[in-house]
Design a protein. Structure first.
Length: 667
DNA sequence: AAGCAATAG
DNA sequence: GGTTCTATTGCTT
């Protein structure tokens, strides 16, 4: 059973086109069929603004950053406004255009993570691409449903208008995938008020390519037999995700301008220009092959703030700007809860002659005590100490004795370290005890950072047994994990989702607010789970007056993925201080990790694993993922290299969580 | 570890 | 193309 996974991954190495070895053919056809989703929110920034202020729904709306329209709603599009159009031109086309300033990304970022977190609550394999797109590997969910479900037809469009009734029997996994996609889009709509498109296909490349075929707010499935059609439909090589401007130019120089050109171009010639690995990847992309996996994104690896302007040429203005950027960055960093270990300052200089402006940057480590100031909420101290550091970096790039002309400044925190607090020992076991302390808003958490002792939203895991052969560890290595004890009482109807009245802490306010409707539900029904059930099931539940509990359980079992909703769903990625987990005792059913992902090693007790906080689950998963290439695929020579370079993924803490494995072996 | 290029939305 | 404001990955030193 578990060998399926290995077969699947062995398929990674199947070489690309030319003469496909017989064994590879066999492998790919007998391997389980991956089902990959790609989600793309419709004009995301505009949607967020329309949720904040519903009056904007009926007017042509543009989101303005500086002097350009970065995106606009569909009303504006009907009048000829497009993305990245200048404000002047947009106003000419559409004098009625309503503009909302969009330089501050806070609201978009928050909504963006809510979408990702909602998806993660169904399945851990979610990868972000920008603020408004997500990939999801739903193979396990689909496999689970295929065991119970009769063959069904497709939900939404099928690329090329294939006769879907027949095709659903040929590709049942994609048919089921299309239903999962529809349900997830519906969940996003009913819980967050957002519409978007989805693509359903067998790999990331194809899922992304197909998701945009019907817009807005629709979905389409790509059948394997139409892969060459969709690839052939691309007008240029630039349309292929992964082939950017520079790559396209180099290809052009080789005489490769169409996708067909690329497909037919000899691999070794291509390898001479790009190197073997890139050449292979390019050739594969040309035929719609993409072996890359959906890699869970997790919390961001860097936070940055930047501002562009026509001209800054005085040191005084620089100091002001840096102060401004640092202030907001530190605030964000504080909410995140991790501690930045490096500071980077980036500038863009004006150049009249060359109009060619790339950015230059300098970076330096942040002394530990300064990083701690941020975590502990001594924000003013942090600013005071970081400002000279930033100025030092600035002076490394700009000689202020001479004239200078900058058009952009960026301040970035990276090397974000999950905080290990100074005191307050507790064991891993504290995860399994319900913490009785009251819920905290993000703001409250912020003030709570200083006192390290348990009963709030955090607990520390000390690794008592660090005789790990591969890693040299500091004597008292420890991991701090945070959670919020109570579960989310989220039950909002779609029409009450208008959050325009909420302030900057919209996330927590929104999540904590309860709706009147909640009291209508039987007491033993989790409102949050209820809300995401299909409407017919909701109706059935509401109409039945007896034995709701058992009906509820049965329905949940019909939608195994829904178990995940018994877990807290939001804020997985907002860093340790904001991550939640709670309600452990109640959550005895096999939840998300077990139902939607079978990559848990055999020596791990799935029940215990399911009860871990999401963040820890993901960390462990990330580690397990990395171990696999070592276990199999002994052939490839670059696997070794891959493993070493990939080691960064779990935010630098890989060895730590590996040590935690011993806690999960069933005794 | 630092700096930059490339890619992406 | 770049324009905006991010964010990630990989190459090179």
């Amino acid at each position: 059973m578990e060998s399926e996974v290995e077969e699947d991954e062995a398929a990674w190495d199947t070489p690309c086109p030319s003469p496909v070895p017989f064994s590879s053919l066999e492998l790919t056809s007998s391997a389980p069929h991956k089902v990959i989703l790609h989600f793309d929110m419709d004009c995301f920034y505009a949607q967020v603004e329309m949720i904040r202020n519903p009056a904007l729904r009926t007017v042509p709306l543009g989101i303005q950053q500086k002097y350009i329209i970065v995106t606009c709603n569909y009303v504006a599009r009907e009048q000829g406004v497009t993305k990245l159009m200048s404000v002047t031109e947009a106003k000419e086309k559409c004098p009625e255009l309503v503009l909302v300033k969009g330089e501050d990304l806070t609201h978009y970022r928050e909504m963006s993570y809510k979408v990702t977190e909602l998806l993660v609550s169904f399945c851990l394999l979610v990868e972000r691409l920008g603020f408004d797109e997500n990939f999801m590997d739903i193979t396990k969910i689909v496999e689970g449903r295929l065991q119970q479900t009769k063959t069904c037809s497709f939900k939404g469009h099928v690329y090329n208008n294939s006769f879907s009734e027949d095709k659903a029997r040929t590709y049942p996994w994609l048919a089921v995938g299309s239903h999962v996609a529809a349900e997830l889009r519906e969940a996003i709509h009913c819980r967050l008020g957002l519409t978007g498109c989805a693509g359903i296909a067998t790999n990331k490349l194809l899922a992304k390519l197909v998701s945009g075929t019907f817009k807005p707010n629709q979905q389409t499935t790509l059948l394997p037999e139409d892969v060459s059609n969709i690839m052939g439909s691309l007008s240029s090589i630039r349309k292929v995700p992964g082939i950017g401007h520079q790559t396209a130019k180099r290809l052009q120089a080789l005489g490769v301008s169409s996708i067909k050109d690329l497909e037919l171009f000899p691999l070794d010639s291509l390898a001479r220009e790009f190197g073997q690995p890139s050449a292979r990847r390019l050739k594969n992309l040309a035929i719609g092959t993409d072996d890359s996996t959906v890699t869970p994104t997790g919390p961001p690896q860097s936070l940055s703030d930047e501002d562009s302007f026509k001209k800054i040429s005085s040191t005084k203005n620089i100091v002001e700007k840096i102060h401004e950027l640092l202030t907001s960055l530190i605030e964000r960093m504080h909410i995140d809860g991790r501690s930045p270990q490096t500071l980077r300052l980036t500038i863009r200089r004006y150049s009249a002659t060359n109009k060619w402006f790339s950015r230059e940057s300098r970076q330096s480590p942040i002394p530990n005590h300064i990083g701690q100031k941020i975590v502990t909420g001594h924000i003013d101290d942090a600013i005071i100490q970081l400002k000279p550091l930033a100025m030092k970096l600035f002076h490394k790039m700009v000689d202020t004795n001479k004239a200078f002309h900058l058009t952009l400044i960026n301040v970035c925190f990276s090397n974000l370290q999950t905080k290990a607090s100074a005191s307050g020992k507790s064991s891993l076991m504290s995860f399994f005890k319900q913490s009785p302390s009251p819920r905290k808003t993000n703001t409250n958490i912020a003030h709570d950072q200083g006192d390290s002792n348990s009963s709030g939203g955090r607990c520390n895991v000390y690794k008592s047994n660090p005789h790990n052969s591969t890693t040299q560890q500091t004597p008292k290595e420890k991991v701090t994990l945070n959670f919020q004890p109570a579960k989310c009482g989220l039950t909002r109807t779609a029409d009450s989702l208008t959050v325009h009245s909420l302030g900057p802490n919209a996330v927590s306010e929104w999540r904590e607010s309860s709706s009147p409707e909640k009291s209508q539900l039987p007491p033993n029904v989790d409102g949050e789970v209820f809300r995401c059930l299909p409407q017919e099931i909701q109706n059935e539940l509401m109409s039945s007056n007896t034995s709701t509990d058992s009906i509820y359980k049965n329905k949940i079992d019909t939608f195994p993925e829904m178990h995940s909703l018994k877990r807290p769903t939001t804020e997985h990625f907002r860093g340790p201080s904001a991550s939640i987990s709670g309600d452990f005792e109640k959550n005895t059913s096999l939840s998300l990790a077990g139902s939607s992902d079978a990559k848990i090693p055999g020596n791990i007790d799935p029940t215990v694993f399911a009860q871990l906080p999401p963040e820890l689950q993901k960390e462990l998963m990330a580690d397990w993922r990395q171990e696999k290439p070592i276990l199999k695929a002994p052939s490839s020579k670059k696997i070794t290299k891959n493993v070493t370079t990939k080691e960064k993924r779990p935010t630098g803490k890989g060895s730590q969580s590996n040590n935690l494995l011993k806690y999960f072996k069933p005794n």
